[in-house]
Design a protein around this ligand. Structure first.
Ligand code: ADP
Ligand code: MG
Length: 240
């Protein structure tokens, strides 16, 4: 058995292709997420960021390339197996169950991890106190920001070693963005967890990330340490 070590990336994406119907959307995406690092995946609308996360989660099938976690190919592993294997996924648009209570939404995750997830429940309530306060309310009556917190909290209960966040700040009020930022900073400090963050809000991405990748038309065109994300790159690839 090959042991993962510091030099083995948490996640390695090599040359992946994804097509919708006949058209090729991801044209060979290469990316590495180091262990315990936060990596931002940046790019304008429609370049393939969400599709990349879906491929990592096996929500979309890859037509070529490979994805490895801790040096092991994920290959034919189903979405459910990847979730149980330590990948937490918070999709764009935060699809919580609107007709289940906040608590019931969280319980869905607890059923995946059992006892270990329960140990993390207090922590999730501490990060996002509103989830405790509103635990008996239906998910659908929460504000957009509160639903995002619920979606992130739910993912954390599965004790992921890799967390995929798709535009967590989209359409959310600043006070809740601050809480989500604090939560990411806390997770970085306290847990062994790698995070792949898709984000359009650059100040947020810069403040939480260690590295960045920029996508254009289904491929990575730039990457580096977050401090190297220059105004030049921003105006070339990210400004609207
Ligand atoms: N289910 C789908 N069927 C067909 N085309 C899709 C589907 N999902 C996304 N696309 C197209 O694939 C491209 C990449 O989409 P997406 O990965 O959502 O981009 P991003 O997240 O960077 O905005 C876009 O042109 C989008 O219209
Ligand atoms: Mg998207």
């Amino acid at each position: 058995m090959s042991e993962a070590n510091q030099s083995t990336p948490k996640l390695s994406v090599e040359g992946i292709e994804v097509s919708y119907d006949e058209s090729l959307i991801l044209r060979g995406v290469d990316m590495e997420i180091p262990t315990d690092a936060v990596v931002s995946l940046l790019g304008r609308n429609g370049v393939g960021k969400t599709t990349t996360l879906k491929a990592i989660m096996a929500v979309e099938r890859i037509g070529a390339g490979s994805i490895q976690m801790d040096g092991q190919p994920l290959d034919q592993m189903s979405t459910e197996k990847r979730a149980r294997g330590g990948i937490g996924y918070v999709p764009q648009g935060r699809d919580i169950f609107p007709n289940l209570s906040v608590w019931e939404n969280l319980k869905v995750s607890l059923s995946v991890t059992g006892k270990e997830g329960w140990e993390r429940l207090d922590e999730v309530y501490e990060l996002f106190p509103v989830l405790k306060e509103m635990r008996n309310r239906k998910g659908g009556v929460l504000s957009g920001g509160q639903q995002q917190q619920l979606a992130i909290g739910r993912a954390l209960l599965t004790k992921p070693s890799l967390l995929l966040l798709d535009e967590p700040t989209e359409g959310i009020q600043p006070s809740i963005i601050d809480q989500i930022e604090d939560a990411i900073q806390y997770l970085k400090k306290t847990h062994s967890m790698s995070i792949l963050l898709v984000e359009q809000y650059l100040d947020f991405a810069k403040s939480v990330s260690d590295y960045f990748y920029i996508m254009e038309r289904g491929a990575i065109v730039e990457k580096g340490a977050i401090a190297e994300l220059s105004d030049e790159l921003i105006s070339k690839y990210l400004s609207v």
